[in-house]
Design a protein around this ligand. Structure first.
Ligand code: DAH
Length: 340
């Protein structure tokens, strides 16, 4: 009967004696190793009838603890430091294990992806090292558009056609060239611009791009989806407003502001006392962009939007210096432990 066996083992464990580290190790192997007596007991435990499992389980745990304690106390009695090995206590528990924290940009990115995936968008990614076509030409940038300028774009010297993407809009083109509508994708990624690094600008940052192409897509659909997104991300009282703007790849184009979630729209330093902060650019996909990427613009329409993750993270967590995001100072990163 297993309970008797446990009792018998317990008595043996209590009476264990050893005078050298080798002897202690032998005892540890005999009782606590994978092939030891306690493991054998665990194997037997499987056959214990259900109604006895609770009690027997408790007894085995007690026994295990006793055996651990006994062997530890034998080690301690030995003085521990007689040889180099005993300085390492291999029986010491590894707990509590300190958990790492997610990077704030990852937290916000995941939240954005989560909101759009609930709306039926799937994830798409593209390369950070891109060609001019996907970043600019297929997105309807004129040859002399200033964004292509050396001051903005990082070029690979030997290959002027190969660049570091300056926006995630390039992924729109990557998706459209391989897939016909309906298209609903959300494309997060890192982008690069040749800017002097300061508290407010960095040579790399992160964006999320959205693209929706189907029949009968309207600006109203875009506005409704963005309103829902803003409320999900910043809370149900959030308001949005759209201002006319210009992007080569959308027509009409707009920039979207949300009511400042730091002051609730009353006005503060962050929103420059306007009550509003800009968070993204958007618009109806320019028919030429559809055509350039192999989609029939007489049959299909689309909307697109793009936002900077750093900016949204600033709004959510009030990080005042962009450089904090890439310095990986653990004191900064640990502040997001609770948000995990
Ligand atoms: N690509 C733009 C930027 O980097 C952001 C953007 C604006 C993306 C409007 C869009 C859009 O898809 O429709 O500033």
């Amino acid at each position: 009967m297993i309970l008797e066996k446990i009792k018998e083992l317990q008595q043996r464990v209590e009476g264990l004696q050893a005078t050298t580290a080798d002897e202690i190790e032998k005892l540890r192997i005999q009782y606590l190793s994978k092939k030891g007596e306690l493991s054998a007991l665990m194997n037997e435990f499987r056959n214990v009838p259900a109604e006895q499992k609770k009690e027997v389980g408790m007894r085995i745990n007690e026994l295990k603890q006793k055996a651990f304690d006994k062997i530890n106390s034998l080690r301690e009695a030995l003085g521990g430091n007689n040889d180099a090995d005993s300085a390492i206590d291999i029986t010491r528990t590894a707990y509590p294990i300190r958990l790492g924290t997610r990077h704030p940009l990852t937290l916000v990115k995941n939240e954005i992806i989560d909101i759009f995936s609930r709306l039926g968008f799937s994830l798409a990614e593209g390369p950070e090292i891109e060609d001019d076509w996907h970043v600019f030409s297929s997105m309807n940038f004129a040859d002399d558009h200033p964004a292509r300028d050396m001051q903005d774009t990082f070029f690979i010297e030997a290959h002027p056609d190969i660049i570091l993407r300056t926006h995630t809009s390039s992924v729109q083109s990557r998706v459209m060239e391989r897939q016909q509508p309906p298209i609903r994708v959300i494309c997060p990624g890192r982008v690069y611009r040749n800017e002097a690094i300061s508290a407010r600008a960095h040579c790399f940052f992160h964006q999320v791009e959205g693209l929706y192409v189907d029949q009968d897509v309207s600006f109203t659909d875009l506005k409704q989806v963005l309103l829902l997104f803003a409320k999900e991300l910043f809370g149900p009282d959030t308001k949005i407003r759209l201002r006319p703007s210009y992007f080569p790849f959308t027509e009409p184009s707009a920039e979207m502001d949300i009511s400042c979630n730091i002051c609730g729209g009353v006005g503060c330093g962050f929103c420059k006392h306007t009550g509003w902060v800009e968070i993204l650019g958007c618009g109806m996909v320019h028919p030429r962009v559809l055509e350039l990427n192999g989609i029939d613009s007489t049959k299909y329409k689309g909307y697109a939007f793009g936002m900077g993750i750093e900016r949204i993270t600033n709004l959510k967590y009030q990080v005042s210096d962009l450089r904090l995001f890439s310095e990986n100072d653990v004191r900064f990163l640990e502040e997001f432990e609770a948000a995990n």
